[in-house]
Design a binder for this molecule. Sequence first.
Ligand SMILES: CSCCC(=O)C(=O)COP(=O)(O)O
Ligand SMILES: [Mg+2]
Length: 230
Amino acid sequence: MALSCILTDIEGTTSAIAFVKETLFPFAEAELDAFLDAHEEDPAVAAIMDEVRHIALHLEPRSVLRTWMGEDAKVTPLKTLQGLIWQAGYLDGRLKGHLWPDVAPCLRAWSRAGLQLAVYSSGSVAAQKLLFGHSVAGDLSPLFTGFFDTKVGGKREASSYATIAAGLHLAPADILFLSDVAEELDAAKAAGLATCQLVREADGTQPCDRHPQAADFPAVARRFGLPAPG
Ligand SMILES: CSCCC(=O)C(=O)COP(=O)(O)O
Ligand SMILES: [Mg+2]
């Protein structure tokens, strides 16, 4: 199998689920009202609020956003807004993007070897760039040539992966998708991508025997014959 691109999920794959659920999400929830009071008139924020009103007709938009936050709903306007709120936290140092220690060395080795790297997360593209740009391992954003979010579709829909492959100008079979979530891997496999489930003990991932499994990124490298850090 000649892979030319690694497409990676974030939560549960490069980064701890606890970082997303216990740091990022509470940060956005705590800052929501202050952020909206200060920025509701900004065109980007006004467009998000219009989208919320369009989806949840007749409901109070701030309450809708809080309900979605409570449900961890992967709704594009919420994910876009969270990214805008996190920006201030990353820029003033209150937030630092968590990465498991095995991740950055492998990403660097894979990029050095000429593999393309791309991200597909429910978090907005802006949020992805912030996490990798302000990560515990430094600024990794230049390693990536593609960032994809729910604007290409949901992560459990095969068509999203076909859209990503087309966006990267690659055949689906050239791309290896890494994720902890079986339904996302099923969708990627249905679109023709190679798949590998990250089963991270610390995250309590449920193993799925429909896909190759790896405990960390070096195990992905061994399983797929990819370069490993020297
Ligand atoms: C860009 S980090 C924030 C991740 C996020 O908002 C989220 O909902 C988790 O999505 P993922 O697709 O990475 O599981
Ligand atoms: Mg995940």
